[in-house]
Design a protein. Structure first.
Length: 385
């Protein structure tokens, strides 16, 4: 669904979009979910170091928060919510979905490609088998306790039963169990992997020396319960994603016999069959669309942001991603004096491949991969803890 250009792919994207946004209160529930799970993950994983607390905001907060959400949203049972020992933990689900998405869209290392393919294929097969059981059980109504297994463990019950209802809508449309499963899996992989990457890059940006001056304003907004304050936090999320986009670009094939394309200051002539890389990173820094492109500005029109794709490959979940990013930003900014950990532990090491794609260094320095894996932050005592 995600990587195809056929009419069938377009039809499926439209159907999934309708299923995703059917609940009228969906985005409000997304906000409450992310605020709840992010605060809970800080409580679970923060460790006292001297007079402050330390946590890995990528490995133990961002990656896990998005895995929890993906589980709830797409009906993937987790052990954390009472599923059996053969089900995934949030961390394992995060790894599986990252491996699947990374192989399909970000397989940049030729030497590691075969290994990536084998791992992704095996893990996807296992996930498919688990989801076959889940979806078939929902269809046959054999699992009366499944709603409990898919429920977020907070008293307000946010996003409760959404995954079951999403699967119900897929089945009610006439899809069989197999088609429903393979509609869910690639969508879930994209939702988890790209959101986790986008969050890591955004928080890395706002905690950097260049942009940390915006943190006091973000903190002030985070302390407010006014709707206008959250709308501004969404703008901070959009600007953060623009400057550290999780989607680097797309390959397009020219279908016209010939055409002249403007590429910044130059004009490039192309012909039918040529392959073009549309660079979202450069587009997000286009001064004709974003004056003072390296500055954070909250008054830019929403329709200019294309960091999650544009046109037929626009991200189905952009409204969800923006709300999620703002919600997690709000929780972080309510902590006392959140900042990078000293030294290399507080850095997120990356390099650019093929002048377009970022890859990230593993925590032990052994290899480069398509997704951020670690960044330690420190904060002071707070009532949130």
């Amino acid at each position: 669904m995600l990587s195809g250009d056929t009419p069938a792919n377009t039809e499926q994207r439209g159907f999934v979009k309708q299923c995703l946004y059917s609940p009228e209160s969906g985005l409000e529930e997304v906000r409450h979910f992310y605020e709840s799970i992010t605060a809970e993950l800080f409580r679970q994983h923060s460790r006292k170091v001297g007079e402050s607390y330390q946590v890995d905001i990528v490995r133990d907060i961002g990656n896990l928060a998005h895995a929890h959400f993906t589980s709830q949203f797409f009906g993937i049972p987790l052990q954390e919510y009472g599923a059996g020992s053969d089900s995934y933990t949030a961390r394992a689900l995060s790894d599986v979905l990252a491996n699947l998405f990374g192989y399909v869209f970000l397989d940049l290392d030729t030497a590691a490609s075969y290994k990536n393919r084998v791992v992704a294929a095996a893990e996807t097969k296992s996930l498919g088998e688990k989801m076959q059981t889940t979806v078939a059980g929902i269809k046959a109504q054999r699992f009366p306790s499944l709603r409990h297994m898919l429920r977020i463990a907070s008293s307000d019950g946010v996003l409760r039963s959404y995954g079951v209802e999403l699967i119900d809508r897929l089945l009610e449309s006439g899809k069989g169990v197999d088609e429903a499963v393979w509609t869910i899996i690639p969508t879930a992989a994209a939702a988890c992997a790209t959101q986790a990457q986008g969050w890591a890059q955004m928080i890395d940006l706002y905690l950097s020396d260049k942009y940390y001056s915006h943190w006091p304003a973000i903190q002030k907004l985070a302390m407010s319960d006014e709707p206008e304050a959250f709308e501004k936090l969404k703008k901070y999320a959009l600007e953060g994603f623009r400057l550290s986009t999780p989607a680097f670009g797309l390959l397009r094939t020219v279908v016209a016999d010939k055409a002249d394309l403007r590429d910044g200051p130059r004009v490039v002539s192309v012909k039918k069959g040529d392959t073009i890389f549309t660079d979202f990173v450069t587009a997000g820094l286009d001064a004709t669309k974003f004056p003072d492109p390296y500055e954070i500005k909250l008054d830019r029109p929403d329709d200019l942001y294309i960091h999650h794709g544009w046109g037929p490959h626009a991200c189905l979940g952009r409204p969800i991603v923006t709300v999620a990013g703002a919600s997690m930003l709000r929780v972080c900014a309510r902590l006392g004096n959140l900042r990078r950990a000293p030294g290399q532990a507080g850095e997120m090491k990356s390099k650019t491949v093929n002048d377009a794609f970022k890859v990230y260094l593993a925590e032990n320095g052994s290899k480069w991969g398509p997704f951020p894996v670690s960044k330690k932050v420190v904060f002071d005592k707070t009532t949130e803890m």
